[in-house]
Design a protein around this ligand. Sequence first.
Ligand code: ADP
Length: 163
Amino acid sequence: MTVAIYPGSFDPISSGHLDIVIRAARIFDKLIVGIYDTPDKPLLFTTAERVDLAKKAVVDMPKVEVESFSGLTVDFAKKVKAQAMVRGLRMSGDFEREFNMAMMNKKFYPDLELVCLMASVEYQFVSYSLLKEAASLGGEIEDFVPKHVAAALRDKFKVDIQK
Ligand code: ADP
């Protein structure tokens, strides 16, 4: 059985992430979306919220599971017995970062293969920062995130504005 992890912050899961999930699930027998507990960036949603939003987004995908993890991604891969790690590449900026991380991960766990899927054209510009800015300004975000995520984003900003 081929098992892959798709690790990331998923703060929150977007349609760009989901496109990668759907395509990766066609390649592997099982895909585990790994929600990293403490990424090196300010988070909007808690780990429990990010897991919950991701779980709801993949509820109809029997090959896909969602789990949070802390510590090294390679240790998470070992724990769930994954042979591959999936990442998505957008045109601007992702490659160099992924390449550096891949070199480091290869040292830590040589048997884990990295599989990078090119982001689809319609999601190339869907990023964490743009999404948040658009949501905070009341923009139409339904094309970029699942409906329940758009609602959660609106709620989050409503609460913040009222504070
Ligand atoms: P990280 O902080 O690890 O980059 P992200 O949640 O930002 O976590 O992204 C997880 C993975 O999904 C990364 O491989 C990233 O390049 C990819 N990704 C992010 N946004 C998109 C998108 N719009 N389309 C396809 N892949 C994406």
